[in-house]
Write a protein that binds this ligand. Structure first.
Ligand code: ASP
Length: 421
């Protein structure tokens, strides 16, 4: 059986087993034992195998990507185009989300008693989020420049790691070829070694995915999903529309590829994103699939995908817009067109700032809520369903990154692009 089918099977069997266990043995001692000693460790080992490759992979691939692009002017052109695509696709996804939530008003009918009950239940988690300080100001930009590159790597502060790698790669193109050659060869070898490690990790993927999904589905409070049914349905519908229609159209018209084939080839990436809920953890698989399945040049994949995993989160921005408006509806806060435009803008900006880890966008949503006058602790209302929605939005996030890589790859293959380099 092919690996991606095995991974899909792991996902399916894990989900069915988890939901069954949740239904018939929710609090059983043996179930907790299996979660703690089998499913979670297997899932975590898979996740960590992927995560441990992220920093060396990003450093090697961005530096090589930038050095491969060759001249700084051309790099600026590709960088500008990539960022413009990110901005465009993120804005489209937020608009889809805001249109849905304004049309269906899922928050209007939520029972105040249920609202209080959910906020009480998730109070501890809400307080935990409040302690993660975030500021939506110029410090976001300043912090992209690391004070200490090693520390940025150790904290997995990916924007800072990316900044360092871009500058490093650009500087490499400016020193003499003789001097640069050994460093380039070293980085190429580093990249190859990391890809081998990812191969090992992917052999574990069917079991790891099984473990991760089993833990989520067997512990999940399915009743909360029902109670917030309208909101969940709007988020899932929005993500589906952006993926199936928006991204498919972008793949067709920007990347000039068959959307069906695109979706088929990136299956392994989508399952990894869905089960890990982390763009960072999915990045190694994305790069591998982009190069091996989609035939995207390593130069483009190595540059666009790490940037995308950190800055381009279509699913997250759509989710943020819907969540802020939903909670405004729940608390009876009427947001006029101007305020909704602020929500749109903030959704785009915070999707860039959100960390590519499970729940990475939650602290930023709290800042957005406070900015438009909705009680930030209201986030407790949706925390019970967040993990499931995180799985879905992360899948759209990485699919968006791959669509960007496919687009830039097409542009780079044009004859005039080669001459420009
Ligand atoms: N989990 C998301 C990601 O890694 C971020 C988020 O929306 O919380 O892409």
């Amino acid at each position: 059986m092919q690996l991606h089918n095995k991974i899909l099977l792991g996902l399916f069997v894990g989900a069915v087993a988890g939901v069954t266990a949740n239904t018939f043995a929710a609090d059983a001692v043996w179930l907790n034992w299996i979660i703690d000693n089998v499913a979670n460790p297997v899932g975590q080992v898979f996740l960590r195998m992927l995560l441990m490759t992220v920093v060396p992979l990003v450093f090697a691939s961005i530096t090589l990507g930038v050095a491969g692009i060759g001249n700084i002017k051309h790099l600026g052109g590709i960088g500008g185009r990539t960022l413009a695509y990110f901005l465009f696709s993120t804005t489209v996804s937020v608009v889809i989300g805001l249109t849905l939530v304004n049309t269906f008003h899922p928050g209007a009918g939520l029972d105040p008693a249920l609202r209080q009950q959910l906020m009480d239940t998730y109070q501890t988690q809400t307080e935990g989020l409040q302690q993660r300080e975030v500021a939506l100001d110029v410090s976001l930009l300043v912090n992209m420049v690391p004070r200490n590159a090693v520390q940025a790597a150790a904290n997995m502060d990916m924007l800072a790691v990316i900044f360092f790698s871009i500058v490093f790669g650009a500087a490499l193109t400016l020193i003499s070829k003789d001097r640069a050659a050994p460093m380039l060869r070293l980085l190429e070898a580093l990249g190859d070694v990391v890809i081998k490690i990812i191969d090992f990790a992917m052999k574990l993927a069917p079991y790891g995915v099984f473990g991760l999904i089993f833990v989520v589905t067997s512990r999940f409070g399915w009743n909360v999903l029902g109670e917030l049914g309208g909101y969940v349905a709007i988020v899932v519908a929005g993500l589906f529309i952006h993926g199936a229609v928006g991204l498919s159209l972008f793949v067709k018209f920007f990347a000039r590829r068959s959307p069906l084939e695109f979706w088929k080839k990136i299956r392994a990436v989508m399952v990894t994103a869905f089960s890990t809920s982390s763009s960072n953890a999915t990045l190694p698989t994305s790069i591998k699939v982009a190069e091996e399945e989609l035939g995207i040049s390593p130069k483009v994949a190595g540059f666009v995908l790490p940037l995308g995993a950190t800055m381009n989160m279509n699913g997250t921005s759509l989710y943020e817009g819907i969540t802020v408006l939903f909670l405004a509806q729940v608390f009876g806060v009427d947001l006029n067109v101007g305020q909704q435009l602020v929500v749109l803008l903030l959704s785009v900006i915070t999707a860039v700032g959100a960390a590519g880890v499970p729940g990475g966008s939650l602290p930023l949503i709290m800042v957005m809520l406070a900015t438009v006058g909705v009680p930030a602790e209201g986030i407790g209302i949706i925390l019970g369903v967040d993990r499931i929605l995180d799985m879905c939005r992360t899948t759209v996030n990485v699919a968006g990154d791959l669509s960007a890589a496919a687009y830039i790859d097409r542009i780079e293959r044009r004859p005039e692009a080669t001459t420009a380099a």
